[in-house]
Design a protein around this ligand. Structure first.
Ligand code: MN
Length: 246
């Protein structure tokens, strides 16, 4: 029993975990399916690289040569397997960004680029849904990006393909269509910072761990989407992802 006259003892008994109680049920673990496995990929954190393809960096106002910059989304913004995604509040300019997603399977800090791929469990196709009007305002005012990037359901993601099956793709088509019209059509080889370099750089800022996902940036061709739009996208060697904005 907790004794409020002995707060240290009460804390210790909680930490010892004899029987953990919560004031309400904890949120469920976010899980992304894994191709060819009955076991899922339990998500810890979701990181994203900003402007990692030079042509897209230029279309959103950069010079295409900046070092990698990172932001994050909450894990529960993921929409595993795609499907219906609710149009988010507070925007009049929702845009799609198809991205290669790296699924981390081994923890590490200050990971050298030449060792980085050993930390990869697998890869997926993801969409970084962006409230572009809020992002433009944040950039203009020098304010945080979170509310432009981390909206509910802002990260549809396909099942993870284990690297044991697909290898470590360094080239291959990455594309996205809206209602059948191709909008983004690039190649993984156009990434300014490749997967190994992204992992190396990000792991100097934060310790990476099993369950982390990294959205690695989008090729040129982002466009505005509205309710009713059907988005299909894919990466050669990984497969496809479909989303309907509702
Ligand atoms: Mn992005």
């Amino acid at each position: 029993m907790l004794d409020i006259g002995d707060p240290l003892g009460a804390m210790l008994s909680l930490l010892m975990g004899a029987k953990m109680h919560y004031v309400f049920p904890p949120a469920p673990q976010v899980v992304v399916p894994v191709v060819g496995e009955s076991a899922g990929f339990p998500v810890r954190r979701v990181y994203c690289v900003a402007a990692n393809y030079s042509q897209h960096a230029i279309e959103v106002g950069g010079d295409g040569r900046e070092p990698p910059a990172f932001f994050a989304k909450p894990a529960d913004a993921l929409v595993p397997g795609g499907g219906d995604v609710a149009y988010p509040s507070r925007t009049a300019n929702l845009q799609h960004e198809v991205e290669l997603v790296v699924a981390i399977g081994k923890r590490g800090s200050d990971i050298p680029a030449d060792k980085a791929l050993a930390h990869v469990f697998g890869y997926a196709v993801g969409i970084d849904l962006t409230r572009r009007d809020l992002q433009a305002l944040a950039k203009e005012k020098g304010k945080p990006w979170e509310m432009s990037k981390a909206s509910d359901q802002s990260a549809p993601i396909s099942a993870v393909v284990p690297a044991a099956q697909c290898g470590h793709p360094v080239a291959g088509r990455i594309w996205l269509s809206v209602n059948g019209a191709v909008k983004q059509d690039g190649d993984l080889g156009q990434m300014t910072w490749n997967v190994a370099e992204v992992i190396a750089n990000l792991s100097t800022y934060v310790a990476l761990a099993e369950g982390d996902l990294i959205f690695t940036g989008t090729p040129a061709g982002v466009s505005t989407i509205v309710p009713g739009d059907v988005i299909e996208c894919g990466i050669e060697a990984l497969g496809k992802l479909s989303v309907k904005i509702v």
